[in-house]
Ligand binder design. Sequence first.
Ligand SMILES: Cc1cc2nc3c(=O)[nH]c(=O)nc-3n(C[C@H](O)[C@H](O)[C@H](O)COP(=O)(O)OP(=O)(O)OC[C@H]3O[C@@H](n4cnc5c(N)ncnc54)[C@H](O)[C@@H]3O)c2cc1C
Ligand SMILES: *[C@@H]1O[C@H](CO)[C@@H](O)[C@H](O)[C@H]1NC(C)=O
Ligand SMILES: *[C@@H]1O[C@H](CO)[C@@H](O)[C@H](O)[C@H]1NC(C)=O
Ligand SMILES: *[C@@H]1O[C@H](CO)[C@@H](O)[C@H](O)[C@H]1NC(C)=O
Ligand SMILES: *[C@@H]1O[C@H](CO)[C@@H](O)[C@H](O)[C@H]1NC(C)=O
Length: 494
Amino acid sequence: MAPPPAALLLPALAALLAAPAAARAPPRSIAVVGAGLGGSAVAYFLQQHFGPQVQLDVYEAAAVGGRLATLTVNKQQYESRGASIHALSLHMQDFVKILGLKHRREVAGKSAIFSGEHFVLEETDWYLLNLFRLWWHYGISFLRLQMWVEEVMEKFMRIYKYQAHGYAFSSLEELLRSLGGDAFINMTQRSVAESLLEVGVTQRFVDDVIAAVLRSSYGQSVLVPAFAGAMSLAGAQGSTWAVEGGNKLVCSGLLKLTKAKVIAARVTGVSLHSSEGRALYQVHYEGSEGQGSAFYDMVVVTTPLHPSRSNFTFKNFEPPITDFPGAFQPSVTSVVHGYLNSSYFGFPDPKLFPFASILTTDTPDLFFNAMDNICPVNISAAFRRKQPQEAAVWRVLSQQPLDKQQLKTLFRSYYSVQVTEWQTYPRYDAAKSLPPIVLHENLFYLSSVEWVASSMEMIAVAAKNVALLAYNRWHQDLEKIDQKDLMHKVKTEL
Ligand SMILES: Cc1cc2nc3c(=O)[nH]c(=O)nc-3n(C[C@H](O)[C@H](O)[C@H](O)COP(=O)(O)OP(=O)(O)OC[C@H]3O[C@@H](n4cnc5c(N)ncnc54)[C@H](O)[C@@H]3O)c2cc1C
Ligand SMILES: *[C@@H]1O[C@H](CO)[C@@H](O)[C@H](O)[C@H]1NC(C)=O
Ligand SMILES: *[C@@H]1O[C@H](CO)[C@@H](O)[C@H](O)[C@H]1NC(C)=O
Ligand SMILES: *[C@@H]1O[C@H](CO)[C@@H](O)[C@H](O)[C@H]1NC(C)=O
Ligand SMILES: *[C@@H]1O[C@H](CO)[C@@H](O)[C@H](O)[C@H]1NC(C)=O
């Protein structure tokens, strides 16, 4: 049945009436707090939407790149933090293309899962043999896991279509619901173990394999929420890549491209003022030249706002904005240049040690979560992995700093150890509800997405969402915010 003419006219009329609002001048200036991937990406996306005339100031207290960084061992650089990117990370792929960067060449290496006494699962050169072993040990669990992860990823990938059509979400709940319905929201509240057991994965598979993957990625147990777990399992299953020269090049590249002004200062707070009936934000900071402040039409915060991480105060906001509950997981990275003690892993002859990546099961006495034989960020065509008996660079992840005794257990001897302690990821077992994205009219909190899952691509997705949200709100284009039934809408739009 054809709709009555009035209904046909209404959208056109509404568009006409909305036109003056759409023609509103862009913000004069925007502040971004933090120059990690989140800050760099949101600066880039904001400029794409609002245009080059907007003044973009990016405040960074430490180094551009944040949790993407390299360190030097023996004149070569290695990724010390965020290292590997899932193949289907479309925003990261785009950044690399736009910036003219390259994928680093893959260097094959086998993994195995260590229980503290022996290897419970070993990868071999033979794809079929690997499958057979999984089948032999765990039956159909492996296939069920794969199907579960694939289903989550397939739904998650809808976000790229929504974003390409300009749709944004004003809360993490709305975003998740549009991708996977209430089931996706539930996946932030129940554990990955519970979800997997429900689809028929066995307890033994959860204990051996799932636990090992989560220990190596989040340094946490199978009690992390199902959504974060699925993202981390997807990373472990599919092929991954990294940026030639270091992942941090994406951050410096995007900031250079947008010509954003990077200000070396720690932001201490934001206070609300108003001018001509509009919100105006005063950003307070501390730099090497003392304290200062500046006014902005819009602010995006890309650093976690929770008690142990931030010293950030919000003034004059009603209702007040306070720190959000929850804690971060401390973790330690030790980059060791040395000779592996293969005996400890049950290989008395070091020449025969076949693994480049060692994951671990949740065993009380085990003092490390995972260790990888890592390759430099620049790999020439002639590069090959060291023979197992040669000195190599290993990255060891642990909960506590390794003491001398523990280092002597893992390594026969070593030339150097570089230790970094982090507040790496949210402690997901402490998650109760998801923090907001919108803190005030034009004040946004990008890092809230970490409570859904924390990875480079999740941050990039959140950066695109915040930029679209900021743009749509600025122009009061409410039809592009929190829309229902988007799958249907994007199919019928051109
Ligand atoms: C050890 C480790 C391993 C990881 N491995 C992976 C991986 O393999 N794959 C993956 O996808 N992800 C991985 N991640 C996660 C990934 O690195 C992060 O999700 C991502 O880099 C976070 O980016 P961000 O911009 O949100 O935060 P950050 O990179 O933390 O950036 C925030 C920035 O804000 C600055 N800042 C903080 N407070 C202030 C202030 N008051 N004023 C001004 N500046 C401030 C900080 O100095 C920092 O530079 C890993 C993380 C760690 C730590
Ligand atoms: C979400 O979880 C609640 C209980 O925790 C349950 O009642 C509801 O059916 C779940 N919804 C979906 C869509 O799985
Ligand atoms: C490493 O790779 C990056 C990106 O391709 C390049 O800019 C840089 O010059 C390289 N460095 C070395 C030491 O080869
Ligand atoms: C916050 O400020 C207090 C007191 O000024 C200081 O001791 C603490 O180290 C600061 N925390 C962070 C994360 O900067
Ligand atoms: C290596 O591992 C073996 C077996 O666990 C252990 O006895 C030895 O002390 C370790 N360290 C060195 C330096 O060999």
